[in-house]
Write a protein that binds this ligand. Structure first.
Ligand code: A3P
Length: 298
């Protein structure tokens, strides 16, 4: 697809300590101060590689705080404001001023995050998704997000993703980096595909990890308001309040397909082979397995 001529120019990536930040949106000096933030036990960090289910987990956290009562979440602000990105300019100071329980999301690598996490202060939920679907979702997102360069083609983006030349870093590095620190922290790993397969059980596991008990009724309401079909109709979860300067809403939406295996509609046979070879090389010692196809969920 040709870049939309009416889109504002994208913002350049700024490599910083192994992570590509976005110029104008992130300030490297401010990002470096995040590691010194003092945490409270009730703090929660949702950590994701982009397009792995960040908004989904934001929605689940907001509903969990409201014990499933969607009207208590409020609708005037998007989920991005209610559970903000800590790395975005000014957000870390706002996080420090926020009342408990403080919640935020981040795509950053482990070495940028508060050292207090390794003292078992606060909690981390890491959401992981199979990287072929992440790649496809990220490709489509680049067409909607004005700050990111519109891909010349899927093939071109495929190469950039494999080289980690995107906002963030390589997918392989991100998951291995975080997983290697798992036992130092209060950290729960949640797979996107596990939420697709059995959202109710995933929410129960998350609420137990956070020590929040839910009644059957509250749990049912949480499931109802965090399914793809409900969230797709929810402007707050779709980030519709986010300014047109950052997102070209007419070109696509955050709630795009919400499925497992869309990569099959995009990858060529050769691309798939290359991806598999790289995956085997990079992940051979990694203990978790991934779900690549809806039929593996039956
Ligand atoms: P697709 O582009 O494959 O549809 P992030 O929030 O990290 O940017 O991730 C966005 C991806 O998560 C999108 O994937 C989006 O559709 C999917 N997603 C968000 N909420 C979801 C839900 N409730 N159920 C399934 N997928 C969801």
């Amino acid at each position: 697809m040709d870049p939309d001529q009416n889109q504002p120019p994208h913002l350049p990536l700024v490599p910083h300590r192994g992570f590509n930040l976005i110029s104008g949106l992130h300030d490297p000096g401010e990002v470096d101060l995040i590691s010194r933030l003092q945490l409270r036990d009730s703090d929660l960090f949702i950590v994701t590689y982009p397009k792995s289910g960040t908004i989904w987990m934001q929605q689940i956290m907001l509903l969990l705080e409201a014990r499933g009562d969607v009207s208590a979440v409020g609708s005037s602000r998007s989920n991005a404001e209610l559970v903000p990105w800590i790395e975005v300019k000014d957000n870390s100071q706002a996080f420090m001023r926020a009342p408990s329980p403080r919640m935020c999301v981040t795509h950053l690598l482990h070495h940028f995050l508060p050292l207090d996490l390794s003292q078992r202060k606060g909690k981390v939920i890491y959401v992981a998704r199979n990287p072929k679907d992440v790649l496809v979702s990220y490709y489509h997102f680049h067409k909607v997000a004005n700050m990111l360069e519109t891909p010349k083609s899927f093939d071109d983006f495929f190469e950039k993703f494999l080289r980690g030349e995107v906002f963030g870093c390589s997918w392989f590095e991100h998951i291995k980096n975080w997983y290697s620190h798992k036992d130092e922290m209060n950290m729960l790993v949640v797979m996107y595909e596990e939420m697709i397969q059995d959202l109710r059980s995933a929410i129960k596991r998350i609420s137990m990890f956070l020590g929040k008990e839910l009644t059957e009724e509250q749990l049912a309401s949480m499931v109802k308001h965090s399914t793809f079909s409900t969230m797709r109709k929810n402007p707050q979860a779709n980030y519709e309040q986010v300014s047109g300067e950052l997102l070209s809403h007419h070109l696509g939406r955050f709630m795009r397909k919400g499925t497992v295996g869309d990569w099959k509609n995009h990858f060529s046979v050769a691309q798939n082979q290359r991806f598999d070879q790289l995956f085997q090389r990079e992940m051979k010692e990694f203990p978790l397995s991934f779900i690549w196809d809806m039929k593996d969920l039956q």
